[in-house]
Design a protein around this ligand. Structure first.
Ligand code: PMP
Length: 305
């Protein structure tokens, strides 16, 4: 699906898609201090609705604070901007929203604090990030040769552009080695996260996900933890080693883009039945019920356009 739309929101205004351009000397383009979000809007039962808009926008502003960027817009203004952008674009299918707070042109050099702060928001129709087949049958994953960004050197709680070089190199290595996604570990060899997803595994009916020590505080992971509670599935948050995954019953990734994507093998070891597991399916069904507005309990998570 092509990345296209009629309009983009930039610095407080809705402009034509083709006019959403920046100067070559845009500070963030050179030094990568920028923060962003990935939010989804679903064609829900009662119309297009943004999922957990407030939580995503809050994390965007927290990411900016962590990376010492002061955005010129409030949370409410940024939420309204995303709603307005979707209204104007009139998308027909599920949509992905990408706000980016970045440093514009005008100064150069590593000291960033005097650079102008700019904000852009784009949205486009986007299907399953890891493929429709991936959602149904699962994907082939490897442990990356790259360690996840260390908390000693990076701010992993920020959804910061700079963190994604690590993700990008891991993804590049995985795809070019014949896998569909990479799973990255921390410096002690315990699971951190995927290149853009959190990790869960199931063993003996227990759902296990690592703490967010080396990972983004994921909104989808939080959604899954609430679903598990509703379904009466026992959840444990603890470190996971690579070999444990080889012999687990089920495994899956969670993320706004990835939704709930089963993992059918890790490093060529088939996981469980080699397809989507039973508990994974239950969680996936409950997740799609929530995002499509079929679960009253979570109605407040949907912002209708
Ligand atoms: N980890 C990383 C590195 C990510 O990029 C993402 C996607 N935002 C996630 C985890 C999952 O976070 P969320 O569920 O909030 O999208």
């Amino acid at each position: 699906m092509a990345i296209k739309a009629d309009y983009v929101w930039m610095d407080g205004q809705i402009i034509n898609f083709a006019d959403a351009k920046v100067h070559f000397l845009t500070h963030s383009l050179h030094y990568a201090n920028a923060v962003f979000e990935g939010t989804r809007a679903y064609k829900a039962e009662n119309g297009m609705a943004i999922f957990r808009l407030q939580d995503h926008t809050k994390r965007l502003l927290e990411s900016a604070k962590i990376t010492a960027i002061t955005p010129p817009f409030s949370q409410k203004e940024l939420e309204d901007a995303q709603i307005e952008l979707l209204r104007r674009n009139k998308f027909n299918s599920n949509t992905y929203i990408r706000p980016l707070i970045f440093l514009g042109d005008g100064i150069m050099g590593i000291y960033h604090a005097k650079a102008p702060v700019r904000v852009g928001i784009a949205a486009w129709e986007w299907g399953a990030y890891l493929g429709e087949d991936g959602l149904n049958k699962g994907i082939k994953v490897c442990i990356s040769s790259l360690m996840r960004n260390s908390t000693k050197a990076n701010f992993n709680k920020a959804k910061a552009s700079a963190n994604y070089l690590n993700s990008m190199m891991a993804k590049y290595e995985a795809i070019n080695s014949g896998y569909e996604e990479a799973l990255m570990c921390d410096e002690e060899g315990f699971v951190a996260e995927g290149t853009g997803e959190c990790f869960f595994m199931v063993k003996n009916g227990e759902l296990i996900t690592p703490p967010n020590d080396y990972a983004l505080k994921s909104i989808t992971q939080d959604t899954v933890l609430k679903i598990a509670d509703d379904l009466g599935i026992e959840v444990v948050r603890r470190r996971i080693s690579r070999d444990e995954i080889y012999v687990c019953d089920e495994a899956f990734f969670t993320g706004t883009a990835a939704e709930i994507t089963p993992i059918n093998s890790l490093d060529h070891r088939v996981i469980g039945n080699g397809s989507r597991g039973e508990i994974t399916k239950k969680i996936q069904d409950a997740f799609f019920d929530i995002v499509y507005g079929r679960n009253e309990k979570y109605a407040s998570w949907l912002t209708y356009i």
